[in-house]
Design a protein around this ligand. Structure first.
Ligand code: ZN
Length: 180
């Protein structure tokens, strides 16, 4: 069964999409048999930050699936026509009404199996005024010993927090490919 058979070509409007390797290409693509348009599928970019206020770290309890009710860092998909820093600042505001200042890049995580690239910054909260945005059930500032490690939404949240702790007082940023 062809998962494309009920989809229309975004260019010519025909139901004529197939997967094949175009001549001279290295990858199988979504190709329109009618107009030859190629739809390229590329990884998604997630941008976010470990945001600090004094010795506390901002976490947001997710109001939406996946992982509703568990804690995460303010992060999300980069929008078109947006820099990664702008995206991280936007996500902190959307999820926690937090105003942040980006300090530096903490780490990048390439999750090949889900075609996702995460870019995580270190940031400071400009003040401690936070409240839950529409994607959060609640938001909080946690000292290191109060972080709810067994209620984190994603493994990548744990990686970023631990890398943040390990990296303190260092000038390099970290690059991880398929952590684990
Ligand atoms: Zn077409």
């Amino acid at each position: 069964m062809n998962e494309l058979e009920n989809l229309f070509c975004s260019k010519c409007g025909e139901k004529s999409l197939i997967r094949e390797k175009p001549i001279g290409d290295t990858h199988i693509r979504i190709v329109c048999k009618n107009c030859n348009d190629i739809t390229y599928e590329n990884p998604k970019i997630v941008t976010g930050s470990v945001c600090c206020y004094e010795d506390k770290i901002l976490l947001c309890k997710r109001a939406i699936d996946p992982q509703k009710g568990l804690w995460t860092l303010p992060a999300g998909y980069l929008e078109v026509n947006e820099t990664i820093e702008e995206g991280a600042i936007r996500e902190a505001y959307e999820e926690a009404f937090a105003k942040i200042e980006i300090k530096n890049l903490l780490a990048t995580y390439s999750l090949k199996h889900i075609s996702q690239i995460q870019i995580i910054f270190e940031a400071n909260l400009i003040n401690s005024n936070i409240k839950a945005g529409i994607e959060s059930l609640e938001v909080g500032l946690f000292t290191w010993d109060k972080i709810p490690w067994n209620q984190l939404a994603f493994e990548s949240v744990e990686w970023a927090l631990k890398n943040f702790k390990e990296r303190q007082n260092s000038n390099t940023f970290l690059i991880f490919n398929n952590p684990n």
